[in-house]
Design a protein around this ligand. Sequence first.
Ligand code: NAP
Length: 503
Amino acid sequence: MPTAATTSTPEISVLKQFIGGKWIEGSSAKEIVSTNPADSRQVLAKLKGCDKNDAVKAIDAAEKAFPAWKATPPPVRGRILAKAAAIARARKEELAKLMTREQGKILPEALGEMEKGINLMEWFAGEGVRLGGVSMPSELPQNLLYTLRQPLGVVSIITPWNFPWAIPVWKISPALVAGNCVIFKPASLVPAMAVEIVKIFEEAGLPPGVLNLVLGSGSAMGDVLVEEPRIKAVSFTGSNEIGRRVSSIGGARGIKVTCEMGGKNPAVVWGDADLKLALAGVMKGAFGSTGQRCTATSRLILDERVADEFLKLLLAEVKKIKVGDGLDAAVGMGPAVDEAQLLTDLEYIEIGKVEGAKLLCGGKRLTDGDHKHGWFVEPTVFDGVGPRSRLWQEEVFGPVLAVARAKTFDEALALANDSAFGLTCALYTQDLTLAMRFCENVEAGMVHVNSPTIGGEAQVPFGGVKGSGVGEREMSKEGLHFFTELKTVFLDYTGASRSSNIY
Ligand code: NAP
């Protein structure tokens, strides 16, 4: 049924912005159009985008809402999150289908993403009753020392298109439970999912102005969300290029910034590994979500002793993947999100060939039959990829796996670390000593032993090192603490002035 947020024709939803608790039209002349990447003729939604003035109006609304939201007890804030989680759970299947149609990932992956986001909402809802500081003994008698965690104020949340539900939710939930008011700027490719997220929080009872949605071009409007003096923190996930820009503007203003950025994640399969287990993990890591995840396995480092055997098993599995519309239950890999991403995938495949890597399978755009109107590319594997090559070093963000071989474990570790990125990684081995050495020495924010590079859980920190991330980790207590300011209180209850040699 059409709501204030959406008026629907049978085919196309006309979406609106959410500012100060009202669904309104954006002022930009530029229209945002959401299409199905499996069939780009299908327009799912469109809307008038926000411009810089709309972004400022959203900041005005958030600023106005902040005092009352800050004064709302954290457990009450948490209960609104819990209600939002329940609403999302009831709508899980429907929203997963929308996600598949708008972003392209296959339905089981969309359902998995829904579940992950709901888990995160539930976990952060619980933090409402735990949001507090600590008390500590003082050097002085009758002196209470304790810390308080307080909200920052108005914060910007800028998100990418590849996880249109989970990433916004894992930023918005801690920001809200900590007592901040949010300006949410999702990627322009996924407006329909963004509107649904906001509708869920609205239905859960969030007061007007606490969460504001500004859908509009990042290049036209993004700077305001970082530069505006009332913005107290920015949580960004996206490309390295934009992340560095956000981080430098925010850094120059001296505000808190966290940027989760790209990845070029290695999986090492060592000679003693359970090859079946490794095979399942590499398949999922490399081709899950069409390789469009920051945590995708994009570099595979094989122990030379098992390399040929493993590649034989891998190619047999890759050739079984049916590429197509993610709503078709037989399909194992969906399309690239749009034409630009498809062209990037194809460009890197050409780069791999020119650089002299050996194309083992895939490498082509699919345009036959049902593929005709979508952005489909074959799952692709290159062997013999040189460590200095662009295919080894640069993020493709598509289903393109680069393989190299190592003679010693030290060589494998050095290959894994030879990257400007450091988000996540995986090692397959049965040898505990090797596993421990890897965990200790690999340069990554997250390490998986005998499991794929992908995945994370609400209660543990998520994020990377080097070019993959700056600022605090996300999810977990760290993700919550990012959205708070720590205050130390010295409460003297002697009732008299006293001399002390402690300063
Ligand atoms: P992107 O192009 O950097 O865009 C990310 C967000 O930033 C979008 O909302 C975009 O808006 C906005 N934006 C664009 N220009 C901006 C500006 N000047 N100021 C402020 N915001 C601006 O990234 P993407 O293509 O959406 O996502 C793919 C990238 O995200 C990959 O590199 C991937 O590795 C990374 N990623 C990282 C993680 C992680 O946790 N480390 C997770 C997922 C994805 P528009 O859409 O309107 O341009």
